[in-house]
Design a protein around this ligand. Structure first.
Ligand SMILES: [Zn+2]
Length: 285
């Protein structure tokens, strides 16, 4: 199924660009404070663990933790603005990244150097003399340009994962009630039978057609993944996200699933979302 209807006829949820008064602070402080604690743990772990591949996995994990913290801070501060998320979340991520350098030098035995004016010269010395390496303890320290490249890659992963993935929040905010909506991502898979008619209907702006989605029978190789967000307080805001999922077996017989976005955050009348949830509730045990 190649069709990836974008449902031009149906309005999509868009962040309002507004921010709660505390928003910039919480978005900065969550990654800066909690992220710094994780940064110290990360610095000591990469110092103790001599396996470079494991270190890189930890680098990604550190980046993901920072992204989660930016999102948590933005959620706590009612931030519905990508620039606020980017600037203040980004500053918080940079702060935690800096703390990781401080802790790493401390782990190496250089003491806790907090001042950047002293930290950078210390890093220059480490770059010159070399440090841990692939095969630490056998006298093969990594130094010079190679070490610098590793540091740059590490920095790009932490800042890239930390800042960019925190931009991709799928939460929906009710401007009327000043609250985030609940997510019903457990609605599960819908039958693709009649999907063409569904896409045509969406193209024509017929949101009601989403209420016709029915649960897929178990073991199907493709289905539509249905997520519903709605504000139960005012019962006036509901959004549906649809993804096409196809499950294939690779040559080793292992399942692989491929997701294609159909429509993201389509604003639908509350009764339509209600109908949709009831369609799936009946089947869920
Ligand atoms: Zn509401």
């Amino acid at each position: 199924m190649e069709s990836s209807a974008s449902a031009p006829g149906i309005p999509l949820y868009k962040q309002s660009g507004k921010t709660g008064i505390a928003g910039p602070f919480t978005t900065f402080l969550f990654p800066a404070i909690v992220g710094s604690i994780i940064a110290v743990a990360y610095a000591y772990l990469i110092y103790w663990i001599p396996f470079i591949y494991l270190n890189f996995i930890l680098t990604f994990v550190f980046g993901f933790f920072l992204a989660i913290l930016v999102n948590a801070g933005a959620k706590a501060g009612h931030v519905r603005s990508v620039p606020v998320r980017f600037i203040f979340g980004g500053l918080g991520v940079l702060f935690a990244y800096y703390v990781h350098w401080v802790a790493w030098i401390a782990a190496l035995g250089g003491g806790w150097i907090l001042n950047p004016l002293e930290l950078f010269p210390a890093l220059k010395v480490i770059k010159l003399l070399g440090t841990w390496g692939i095969g630490r303890g056998e006298g093969t320290a990594v130094s010079g340009t190679f070490l610098l490249i590793i540091w740059i890659i590490e920095g790009l992963i932490i800042l890239g994962v930390g800042i960019l993935s925190s931009m991709m929040s799928d939460l929906i905010y009710c401007e009327r009630c000043h609250r985030w909506t609940s997510v019903y991502d457990s609605l599960g898979g819908a039958d693709v039978e009649g999907a063409e008619a569904l896409f045509d209907g969406l193209d024509r702006g017929e949101a009601e057609i989403l209420g016709t989605l029915k649960p897929v029978s178990p073991g199907a190789s493709q289905y539509l993944k249905v997520d519903v967000c709605r504000c139960e307080k005012c019962q006036d805001l509901s959004a549906v996200t649809l993804k096409h999922v196809e499950i294939t077996l690779d040559d080793k017989g292992k399942e692989e699933s491929k997701e294609t976005d159909i429509v993201e955050g389509a604003l639908v009348p509350y009764p339509v979302a209600d109908q949709l949830i009831r369609n799936f509730d009946g089947e869920r045990s």
